[in-house]
Design a protein around this ligand. Structure first.
Ligand code: FES
Length: 68
């Protein structure tokens, strides 16, 4: 099985974003595709990013904390 056919993985980064690795299609709430040309993307889960759905690093100075 090639890497292109491996399932995508989602890994929560402690006190930070969700790291999505693998081929996925991102869509906005209205179904509009969100272009991404990377094999790994970081999705914001603190709600403070100015680049949603992507993490822009704001979680760090904001002091966002998770339990995992
Ligand atoms: S998780 Fe990084 S800006 Fe929200």
């Amino acid at each position: 099985m090639s890497a292109d056919h491996e399932p995508a993985t989602i890994t929560p980064y402690p006190d930070g974003p969700l790291l999505v690795r693998g081929a996925v299609e991102l869509h906005a709430a209205d179904g509009t595709p969100i272009p991404s040309h990377r094999r790994t993307v970081a999705l914001c889960r603190c709600g403070l990013s100015a680049l949603k759905p992507f993490c822009d690093g704001t979680h760090k100075p904001a002091g966002f904390r998770t339990e995992d």
